[in-house]
Design a protein around this ligand. Structure first.
Ligand code: DOR
Ligand code: ZN
Length: 341
């Protein structure tokens, strides 16, 4: 008999976009309901590039939380060509920053101020390696010659592998991995290299985005790849390996911004993230691996305590609304088999 409930230690989301202003107020309750902590992406406009900006943003997030929420935002620093290692180190030591984020310039939403050449931030990366501070990586090259479906694999060869040969002790969270090459790279690297996996990349291949009509709500970056890659991700996520853990990359954009001639990249999956992941673990016969992926591997990698307390998922249908606050959520209009109690 399949179990009717699953109780796990409270989980965390190791990659989320909470935005700012009205959008922040609209979306943060969903993340705070599902997760105890989350690594908050700094790609606001303007981006969160120093300790003062991160401290101010953290306060805006806390102010936007529902009164009953028990949620801790973990802040990241958006690296630029001129990031100051001293400010970064201070922010880390004062626990304002948990990690720093590498966006290759122009790789994705609000990344125009990102890093144009990794060699330019070598002083910052040296400092981070000394501090044991995690580098969160958006792993795609931006070379216009490189096909969008190849950008992650080429990033490994051109940027990430050389970086780790030079700084073998740097802690790297390879974020939202989408390819079998990324899975293999992480598996064959040391324990200082891990990866997050989103629910959408476990559910969708590129056909799901492009066959029978173009589906803007299935579009995010890195873009979903071929089925063999999705299978590699499902295997990695459900393997029990401590190198793979939960990071939703929930990235809300309004319906109008997505359903457009030039639609924005990003999938808003926060409202039913745990339910979405759990359907994958169940289909893979790996319910016993879910707690590790959702609640243990992430904090161990980051060197943070595991959460106290538990959450329970119940085998009951969750009906995903077609729209939430002007945003179309992941799985809109579908039924999921589990419900967060
Ligand atoms: O799809 C994405 N959306 N990928 C990113 O890297 C950024 C994110 C966003 O901020 O909308
Ligand atoms: Zn992201």
């Amino acid at each position: 008999m399949p179990p009717e409930t699953l109780t796990i230690r409270r989980p965390d989301d190791w990659h989320v976009h909470l935005r700012d202003g009205d959008m922040l107020r609209a979306v943060v309750p969903y993340t705070a309901r599902q997760f105890a902590r989350a690594i908050v992406m700094p790609n606001l406009s303007p981006p969160v590039i120093d300790t003062a900006a991160a401290d101010a943003y953290r306060k805006r997030i806390v102010a936007a939380l529902p009164e009953s929420a028990d949620f801790t935002p973990l802040m990241t620093c958006y690296l630029t060509d001129i990031s100051d290692p001293a400010d970064l180190a201070r922010g880390f030591k004062e626990s304002v920053f948990t990690a720093a984020k590498l966006y290759p310039a122009n790789a994705t939403t609000n990344s125009a101020h990102g890093v144009t050449d990794i060699a330019r931030i070598r002083n910052v990366l040296d400092r981070m390696a000394d501090l044991g501070m995690v580098l969160c990586v958006h792993g795609e090259v931006t070379d216009p010659e490189v096909d969008v479906f190849d950008r992650e694999a080429v990033f490994i060869d051109r940027v990430l592998a050389p970086l780790l040969r030079e700084l073998p002790e740097l802690k790297v969270a390879f974020e939202h991995v989408t390819t079998e090459q990324a899975v293999q790279f992480v598996e064959s690297s040391g324990s200082n290299v891990a990866a997050t996996i989103t629910p959408q990349h476990l559910h969708l291949n590129r056909n799901a985005m492009l066959v029978g009509g173009i589906r803007p709500h299935a579009y995010c970056l890195p873009v979903a790849k071929r089925e063999k890659h999705r299978q590699a991700l499902r295997k990695a996520a459900t393997s029990g390996s401590p190198k793979f853990f939960l990071g939703t990359d929930s990235a809300p954009h309004t319906r109008e911004a997505k359903e457009s001639a030039c639609g924005c990249a990003g999938i808003f999956n926060a409202p039913f993230a745990l339910e979405s992941y759990l359907t994958v673990f169940e289909a893979e016969g790996a319910l016993d691996k879910f707690a590790g992926f959702a609640s243990e591997h992430g904090p161990r990698f980051y060197g943070l305590p595991l959460n106290e307390g538990t959450v329970t998922l119940v085998r009951e249908p969750s009906e995903v609304p077609s729209e939430i606050g002007g945003v179309v959520p992941f799985h809109a209009g579908e039924m999921l088999d589990w419900k967060l109690a």
